[in-house]
Design a protein around this ligand. Structure first.
Ligand SMILES: NC(=O)c1ccc[n+]([C@@H]2O[C@H](COP(=O)([O-])OP(=O)(O)OC[C@H]3O[C@@H](n4cnc5c(N)ncnc54)[C@H](OP(=O)(O)O)[C@@H]3O)[C@@H](O)[C@H]2O)c1
Length: 317
């Protein structure tokens, strides 16, 4: 019998319950995967708590979109995957589980250099980072400011933008400056006790100016700094203040935006996973892992993510 984490009412982490589930054989274009690791994203706890609106719960609701595991069976018409293949699962539904059946389009082959936990850390952060950078057309010659550079999305943005030739400034706490710098960004404290504004600190770190901004922090100061430093509002994007973006004339990709991602943006999010797996296999992209907990401890995993734990929290079925 397979196990999945479910909840039947919005609420605190304690609503997450291990439940026995039936897993059907994969149908046409579907693949069955035994999950070895499931990544925990902030969106998972926002949906669970109801902070991010979703439809009313009518059946036990599954959790999680990202994971990694081993193919156990393939349905008709599936090409490119067979039983025994190690894979990364991204953009799927209900991945906090021991076993799952997903469309083959939600899988990428996992190279041997990438552990299951690392593979489970990719889907949302890497897809979001790559799509946002492509949408803003960040390239060599740009000076990119990232608000929230030390988190999973921020670290992916820094690494890709540096690889593509941009100069990157990333805001973080003093505690996390070393990590951000090691990835190739200029670390800028968002919480400097010596005073001064965030905009002043960014100006001091980038005297030539900033040409594009990605906001994953969502504070008023981060937004105001973006508006103060970049006149072309088409090159300012927020991933967390989507509701406010239209009023400010800036761009938003999800994060509460009423506008769904378009076909190109969705394609970029999917394209990101094999691109980054290739970079990881070549030793050119790294993932920071955090605590790894048994699947049954999903509630504790959500508490850790909500508390701001460093590195990607992963569940191990
Ligand atoms: N729109 C989308 O499609 C999309 C996709 C993925 C994620 N998101 C959202 O993006 C946010 C980050 O996700 P994540 O997975 O990267 O989370 P994460 O790994 O938990 O990282 C969160 C980061 O926020 C930083 N932070 C907190 N306060 C800050 C401030 N005032 N200024 C700058 N940084 C600050 C923390 O940095 P320190 O540890 O240095 O304090 C931490 O590294 C979440 O709200 C998530 O829901 C949106």
């Amino acid at each position: 019998m397979a196990t999945a984490i479910t909840y039947t009412a919005f609420g605190g982490p304690e609503v997450l319950t291990p439940t026995e589930i039936q897993v059907k054989a994969p149908g046409a274009d579907q693949v069955a995967v035994r999950i070895e690791a499931a990544g925990v994203n902030p969106l998972d706890h926002k949906l669970r708590s109801g902070a991010r609106p979703s439809g009313p719960i009518t059946d036990p609701r599954r959790v999680g979109s990202d994971g990694a595991g081993v193919v156990t069976a393939v349905g008709e018409d599936v090409e490119g995957f067979r039983a025994g293949d190690e894979v990364v699962v991204f953009g799927a539904a209900g991945v906090y589980a021991s076993d799952i059946v997903v469309p083959s389009s939600r899988l990428a082959p996992r190279p041997p250099q990438v552990s299951a936990a690392e593979g489970a850390a990719l889907g949302v952060p890497v897809g979001t980072a790559y799509q946002t950078l492509r949408s803003l057309d960040v390239r060599a010659g740009d000076t990119l400011l990232v608000h929230g550079g030390s988190g999973s999305v921020g670290q992916a943005i820094i690494q890709l933008a540096v690889l593509w030739g941009a100069t990157v400034l990333a805001t973080c706490s003093a505690r996390r400056a070393e990590r951000v710098s090691a990835l190739g960004a200029v670390a800028v404290r968002y919480d400097d006790p010596d005073g001064g504004t965030l905009a002043d600190r960014v100006r001091a770190a980038a005297p030539g100016g900033v040409t594009a901004v990605i906001d994953i922090a969502g504070t008023d100061e981060a937004l105001q700094t973006s508006l103060d430093l970049v006149t072309d509002r088409h090159r300012i994007a927020t991933l967390v203040r989507g509701k406010d973006a239209a009023g400010l004339g800036i761009r938003a990709f999800m994060g509460g935006s009423p506008r769904p991602l378009n076909a190109q943006e969705l394609a970029w999010r999917a394209e990101a996973i094999p691109v980054v797996l290739h970079l990881m296999a070549a030793g050119r992209f790294t993932v920071e892992l955090g605590p790894q907990l048994p699947l049954a401890d999903a509630a504790e995993a959500h508490r850790l993510v909500e508390a701001g734990t460093d590195g990607k929290v992963v569940l191990l079925p």
